[in-house]
Write a protein that binds this ligand. Sequence first.
Ligand SMILES: [Zn+2]
Length: 566
Amino acid sequence: MAYLALARKWRPKAFSEVVGQSHVVQALSNALDSGRVHHAFLFTGTRGVGKTTLARIFAKSLNCEEGMSAEPCQQCSTCQSIDEGRYIDLIEVDAASRTKVDDTRELLENVQYAPTSGKFKVYLIDEVHMLSGHSFNALLKTLEEPPEHVKFLFATTDPQKMPVTVLSRCLQFNLRVMRPEQIENQLVKILGSEAIEFEQAALHALAKAADGSMRDGLSLLDQAIAQGGGAVKTDVVENMLGTIKAQHSEAILQALSAKDVEKILHVIASMADDAVDFAAALDELLMQLYYISMAQLAPAAFTATDANHVLINELAAEIDREDVQLFYQVGLISKRDMALAPSLRVGFEMALLRMLCFEPLETGSVGDSGKPDAETLNTAASANSEKALEVSGAGGASIKTGSDPAAPIENRTPAAGIQPQTSVAKQPDAAQPSSIAVTLAGNNEWGELIEHTALAGLSKQLAMNCACEKIDQHEVKLSLSPKLQHLLKPERVDEIQRYLCDALDRQVEVTLEVEESDKETPAECLERLGYEQHAQTRQNLHNDPGVKVLMSEFGATINEQSIKTV
Ligand SMILES: [Zn+2]
């Protein structure tokens, strides 16, 4: 399909076609019609709101062969050549690519000469704030004593970066960011004229994604038409934008409301199948929470035009106000941390898990046996084995991702039998050994040996996940489960050998076979000890005389999820 980009085809050619900038259009029209036109204008506003478009229409209005007016004829050769970008007296400069003082000097040297064909020589300088200080000085001289036949039209996204001396000599117009519905209406109009089929929800999503820029909106529309085979379809647009589908967004909100972790993880998995942009999905979720909060606290001011208006009102009635605030806050912090998360999906998932793990105290997160929270957390942990949940203290909960279940353990304390302090312990099911102080000494000889080396990082992880089949004067034979083969790199084996030689103070050769072994690896040993220790911790806590008194006399209950060995 041979096709002129919509953004170009539908670029406004007359003031009457400009969307959403009526205040500017009015002022410019008045000036043109009165015949008194200032010599320097500055159009400010974010990208794609029509700064250079307005400037070009303005240039036509000034030079139209039918005479200066707010309604240029659009027919004469001047009007047409300006539309086609080849009018000799309209000098367009992109300051972003032309910041050197020499360039500006060259440009301004010609200012004194009369226009070639029109009445005015029009200088349109885009991104004018990018000019250097010297260039601004050169420009300033011209602005102070401008020749009669010259008009300057400046456009910038960043007027703060311009010298006050230049600003003060310009008439400034601030172009407004376009509202989604203005963009949506324009899309409807264009598609109508082009006789292209569309679904309204698709346009709604496009208009939102355009983020106030008509130009971006039209580019997205072009893409959507191309990808939709000549029509604008909602599912195509959602996939194209990587936006969270309405059905997913609703499902997440409902699951949050019901505190249903399993469902949340299920929806996220389905979002991942659709290659959703999880950063954008978190933004969308924050928007929904904002709407819910608005519906709760300022129903009169709540005028969401979204299709899920009904749902928002339902949820506003269902979810506690405090919870909505909390969800929003947690989401905001998670958004900040998202770039640091192992992946955007993990960041998003953790945001939602956190929302459900932090609970306002008065809602009774300390249940008699930790239910139902303990249950939902168990579900979460088992449904997604990549993550370990660790919930601490009643004053505030924290979750952290465990890396590999068999990750090496830091800060191990020497074992004095298994007699942990019992303030907190972990749930057996969800527990990962990574924060539990257990030791390999006396439990796993190979692991003990690794501990005596200076091995670290992934090489250490590899060693910890190997079973030792044989160790003698000259040789160390290791085996690695095929399931963990991803850990194997020749240079890591070399490193293990080097550090072993150092620790043993003799030359040994390390060989590694990928095969299942019936011997316990250090990592497995730590995991087993961790679970055993946790069970012990839990037992100790329940047997603690002080705790018993608290429970019997004051009706205290133990929040099982918060139990952690320290
Ligand atoms: Zn004309």
